[in-house]
Design a protein around this ligand. Sequence first.
Ligand code: HEM
Length: 369
Amino acid sequence: MVGGVVALGKDGPAEAVGRGIEPYGVHQPGIAAASPRHAELVAFNLRHGVDKAALGRLMRLWTGDIVALANGRAAPGDTAPELVIGNVALTTTVGFGPRVFELTGEKPPGLDDLPVMKRDRLAPAWSGGDLLIMVGADDPVSVVHAVRRLVADAKPFATPTWRQTGFWNGTGSDGQPVTGRNLFGQVDGTGNPAVGTPEFDATVWSSDGPDWFRGGTTLVVRRIRLNLDTWDELTRSEQERAIGRKLSTGAPLTGAAEHDELDLEARDADGRPVIAENAHARLSHHSENDGRRIFRKGLNYVQDTGPARESGLIFLSHQADVAAQFLPLLARLDAADALNEWTTSIGSAVFALPPGFQPGTWLAQNLLA
Ligand code: HEM
């Protein structure tokens, strides 16, 4: 099965019986999978002297780890093998930051660090990186354990530069998949192209980059702090106006159901647009952006320091080309988005995610062999 989800239980909803996700495929399987319940991202910088051949050795090691962990087996060298359990939908996704291509050549088009936006307050501690791993699973112990193994195997090659931990709930109370919610309470992910459609494929998978990157994609990671204190001072209708959608269902203010199309022309009795000119859902809509689309996935985060809590969104965006698809959207939102009053980007990183691998091959083999 290519990059698919395999329900390993008998009947009934996959969530109830546990499930595994095959590590093999044309694409890395974590990318099109729904946002994981628990996830950790680790960015690394390459150690001095690591060259293309050494990076290839690390990718062979990581490929072995990824296959073992996805199949619920301990990876070679595991010092706590009892922590490995199967059927937790564990995926590991690997990416390369722009600097890697100074070693290897064949850089995917448009893969550069994003320019700093006027409203950004980026901390170096949450930004950049040469390598990325993102591990997701239904179970937080499995995530932490998988990350520990992958970081240990990377030690001779690369050192962690940031780590981010997040969570998402994409399952309704009846056990069926739903669009999850961010910590503002908004339904977040509705406008995404649907997985498996031609629109999704054209948005996400690279087709005109270097040969090795065909079937790969890029990932933008933005750590965005949410000011819940001032957000909570708004009325519900003020909150809904900022996004242009209803909090209850995620439906557009011009519609009734979550997936109703936005009516950007609709006016109220006073002649004002029902979906405000600066509403996030209008400004980010593909019809207002020359058809540009991205595939967004979110992870909520909280970070506690003593009694103080910071809340936010680890905003993840996949697209074939960062410069062509993501950057113009980001610039537009930075200039005018109503949500800006309650959000601050504090971290930013971009990665190329190589295509998937098959039994007998390894990650990014066509770039590094
Ligand atoms: C913390 C910051 C953000 C929050 C809370 C947020 C929230 C939302 C919500 C609730 C929606 C409407 C439902 C949906 O379609 O998913 C939405 C749509 C969207 N957002 Fe954001 N967003 C944030 C940042 C961004 C950024 C940085 C970008 C890109 C640069 C972006 C791009 C989009 C796009 C493309 C859509 C879909 C528009 C369509 O319907 O075609 N968002 N966002």
